[in-house]
Write a protein that binds this ligand. Structure first.
Ligand SMILES: C[S@@+](CC[C@H](N)C(=O)[O-])C[C@H]1O[C@@H](n2cnc3c(N)ncnc32)[C@H](O)[C@@H]1O
Length: 261
């Protein structure tokens, strides 16, 4: 792999896409949404003892994942490049009674000292960037992570049949509002001296299915199914998600790295 890190790329383009996305959001932001809940659930499975962990979410969007982490006792910081997303996150934290720090900034130059956080993660961010920028973002996340801490990135999974088909259909019908997004098969190749690859798995089929309805103009169906989903016992939704993700490919692939030095 080249050691030359990209200094240019589609960074500004991505920022613009998300500003427009948040400005013209076509659906209401719920207190709990299935994809960000699944992201939280997987983080909690990997890190069962969240209490007092310092966690940074880069590209925090709605902030829903971090709010769940806060509810488990973590000390969370939200970083996003758009003020629109931070405002949405702020409203969510006010409503949920949560406490956090908000930082407007880029994952490529995080305004934090080296080794500030136990865990640095993102979901739905790296797949929007060219590979050179993906590496640059991971190294910057590593910089602000403590030695022995975790850098975790979650992105759309390339082998998810429903996600690939849905994305294709939305692009074809002009309803795709997320700009360039390259599904990820693996990010293991980004491992390096101080960033040890610790594993990868995919999950989240249920999320793409239920949250997908709103993307095709059927928001009431998403709302209805979402409500039911959160009343079903968690062991059952987990088991169903695991099974369907194994068969059809989960929506999200979680790539885990440990900062070793
Ligand atoms: C897919 S959304 C994240 C969704 C989030 N996981 C959630 O649960 O709502 C990606 C976010 O990354 C932000 N973003 C885009 N480029 C960024 C950058 N260079 N640095 C930090 N955040 C960025 C966007 O503004 C957007 O809010």
């Amino acid at each position: 792999m080249s050691r030359e890190l990209a200094t240019t790329g589609n960074e500004n383009q991505v920022k613009k896409v998300w500003e427009e996305h948040w400005d013209h959001l076509r659906f209401a932001i719920p207190d709990r949404e299935i994809n960000s809940y699944h992201v939280f659930r997987e983080l909690k499975r990997f890190l069962p003892f969240l209490k007092d962990l310092e966690i940074l979410e880069a590209g925090s969007g709605t902030g829903n994942t971090s709010l769940e982490l806060w509810r488990c006792g973590a000390k969370v910081t939200l970083l996003d490049i758009t003020c629109q997303a931070l405002e949405i996150g702020r409203q969510g934290f006010v409503k949920g009674g949560g406490k956090t720090h908000f930082i407007q900034g880029s994952v490529f130059s995080i305004p934090a000292r080296e080794g500030s956080y136990d865990v640095v993660f993102n979901s739905g961010l790296l797949e929007h960037f060219d590979p050179g920028l993906q590496e640059k973002a991971l190294l910057e996340m590593m910089r602000v992570c403590k030695t022995g801490g975790w850098v975790i990135t979650m992105n759309g999974y390339a082998k998810s049949i429903f996600y690939r088909f849905g994305k294709f259909a939305l692009e074809r019908t002009g309803r795709w509002t997320y700009g360039k997004e390259t599904p990820v098969e693996s990010l293991a190749h980004f491992a390096q001296d101080r960033l040890q690859f610790a594993g990868e798995h995919h999950f989240g089929f249920n999320g793409i299915l239920i949250e997908g309805f709103k993307l095709v103009g059927m928001e009431p169906a998403t709302k209805f199914l979402r409500q039911i989903y959160f009343t079903v016992p968690e062991w059952l939704t987990k088991a169903v998600d695991r099974f369907l993700s194994a068969v059809f490919g989960g929506y999200i692939i979680m790539s885990i790295f440990k900062k070793t030095g």
